[in-house]
Design a protein. Structure first.
Length: 363
């Protein structure tokens, strides 16, 4: 039995739920929308806020003029969490295991009190942080690979709940007509994949493939994105690629993804980012085949994607050239991707797993 018909749950994120679009914010927002029978409490940005904040739950204002994650936001989130954790039935934490997490985990009784806790691990910056951390409560991983890492670090009974993709918002579409477009979407991160994509595209071009390459690369706070964008353009020019566009933040990702033929996402390391990148889910749901690196986290995609050794631009480029030249194989991968999105990343499966976990902890 639940303590009340509609349990109250605090969504604890490192920044406001109506602010930046990080993996923790996205996952918390998806949980909020997926469980209508729960009264959620969440952090809101003030005085500025996103144009379309969550429509449900109770917002708690956090003083900030930017949704980006900075130390003051983390401090406010910790202090507000310590207050509201005592006023709810359950605390659901969405945090990456980073430099500050071991200390946070050791202060868990002080900060979160005696309420049951669910911790959805949105990523791990470095395995060394896991060795010094303690579980906050029931731990949720996004992939089987991450679950194995957490169990090996003595996090106990780790559940796996993959992220969700709104299948109605991302319908399956036929192959675009016209000149092929290849997309990379990521960040200006070391080993994040952008340079490998350019080198792989150059290899595919030498193999005879013809396409337009679009790099949608976002910057991190403090980065000089203009210089980084120009460095990518210079690398593409030196590699002999004649048709390359480097873009920053994309407002309408749906329009961009549906216009492309192939998604290239070959990072050498995820560096704390989500195990299941949202862009990959969006591409597969839309029927756009993806070529990924062979990181263990991507094994959950199975045969719905092509994978090449991380950092191997030559092999990645060969796969791209082959895929663009094989329309029947393109169709097979497109259908597999959509089926995987429906079977493993649909909203119903996501909601059912979290609802069952909530019921178990609140019983």
């Amino acid at each position: 039995m639940l303590r009340r018909e509609r349990p109250r749950v605090l969504l604890l994120t490192s920044c406001p739920l109506d602010g930046a679009e990080g993996s923790d914010v996205r996952l918390a927002s998806d949980v909020l929308e997926a469980l209508p029978d729960v009264d959620f409490v969440w952090f809101a940005q003030w005085p500025d806020h996103r144009q379309h904040p969550p429509r449900r739950g109770r917002p708690v204002r956090m003083l900030t003029r930017s949704g980006a994650v900075h130390v003051p936001h983390r401090v406010q989130a910790a202090l507000a969490g310590a207050v509201f954790a005592r006023r709810v039935d359950l605390v659901h934490v969405f945090l990456t295991v980073g430099r500050a997490f071991p200390l946070f985990s050791r202060l868990r009784p002080l900060l979160l009190g005696g309420r049951p806790v669910v911790h959805t691990v949105t990523g791990v910056m470095d395995a060394r942080f896991l060795a010094r951390a303690r579980p906050l409560g029931a731990t949720v991983a996004l992939s089987e690979s991450m679950a194995r890492r957490l169990r090996a670090a003595d996090f106990g009974d780790v559940r796996v709940v993959p992220p969700m993709i709104d299948l109605d918002a991302w319908p399956y579409l036929p192959r675009p007509k016209g000149y092929p477009v290849v997309l990379f979407a990521g960040y200006h991160d070391p080993r994040g994949g952008a340079e490998t994509v350019i080198d792989a595209a150059a290899e595919a071009w030498r193999e005879g493939a013809r396409f337009r390459l679009v790099l949608a690369v976002r910057g991190r706070p403090g980065q000089r994105t203009g210089l980084l964008d120009e460095a990518l353009r210079e690398r593409a020019g030196a590699a002999g690629l004649p048709d390359v566009e480097v873009r920053g933040h994309v407002e309408d990702m749906r329009d961009l993804i549906t216009s492309v033929h192939v998604l290239l996402y070959p990072p050498d390391s995820l560096g704390g980012k989500a195990d299941i990148p949202l862009t990959v889910l969006q591409s597969l749901a839309s029927g756009r085949p993806a070529i990924l690196s062979d990181l263990p986290q991507f094994a959950d995609f199975g045969h719905a994607v092509l994978r090449a050794p991380a950092g191997d631009a030559r092999r990645t480029g060969q796969q791209l050239a082959w895929l663009l030249d094989q329309p029947r194989s393109w169709d097979v991968l497109a259908e597999r991707g959509r089926s995987l999105a429906e079977d493993h990343f649909g909203p119903e499966r996501f909601a059912a797993r979290y609802a069952a976990l909530y019921r178990e902890l609140l019983a």
